[in-house]
Design a protein around this ligand. Structure first.
Ligand code: ZN
Length: 140
C-alpha cells in the first residue's frame, strides 16, 4: 500500500498515524488520538473500530449502515481546544469542528461543532457522549 496522508490531518501518513490505532485501540494514548482515529474511521468506513471505541449513551446512536453507506463526504477535522485526556487522565473533553458535504454533488460544506466527552475504561479511551452539538451550514 502506497503511503497516503492520514485523513485526520495530522500531516503524517496513515500507516504512521491512525492505522495502528485502528488495528489496536488499546494503543491510543490520548483523547486527541482517539478523536482523530474515529474521524479517520468514518472517512475509511471502519464500523468495527467506531463501535469498539464507544460506550453508553453514545453507542445507542451507533449505526453501521450509516457508516458504510452514507453519501457524506468528510472534508476536515479541526480541533478547537481540549481539556485533560492525556496519558495519565481517565477523562477528557475536546471541542472540534467537522466539515463535510452531504453528497459528492453538494456544493455547500456543512459544519458540525461538537464538544465530546471521553473516558478511559480498562485502559482504552472511548467516546461517551456529546456534551453539545451545533449544526450550522457554513455561510458562503
Ligand atoms: Zn491519523
Amino acid at each position: 500500500m502506497k503511503p497516503e496522508p492520514c485523513p485526520c490531518q495530522s500531516k503524517k501518513n496513515y500507516q504512521d498515524c491512525c492505522q495502528r490505532y485502528h488495528k489496536d485501540p488499546s494503543k491510543i494514548p490520548t483523547t486527541e488520538h482517539l478523536l482523530r482515529a474515529r474521524y479517520t474511521a468514518f472517512v475509511y468506513k471502519l464500523p468495527s473500530f467506531i463501535k469498539q471505541t464507544m460506550i453508553e449513551p453514545a453507542i445507542k446512536a451507533y449505526d453501521e449502515n450509516f457508516i458504510l453507506h452514507s453519501p457524506i463526504q468528510w472534508k476536515s477535522l479541526h480541533i478547537l481546544n481540549k481539556n485533560k485526556g492525556d496519558e495519565f487522565d481517565n477523562e477528557g473533553t475536546i471541542n472540534f469542528i467537522v466539515t463535510c458535504l452531504e453528497t459528492k454533488e453538494s456544493t455547500k460544506p456543512f459544519a458540525v461543532k461538537e464538544s465530546s466527552l471521553f473516558k478511559r475504561i480498562n485502559g482504552i479511551w472511548v467516546y461517551e457522549k456529546a456534551l453539545s452539538i451545533e449544526n450550522n451550514p457554513i455561510a458562503k
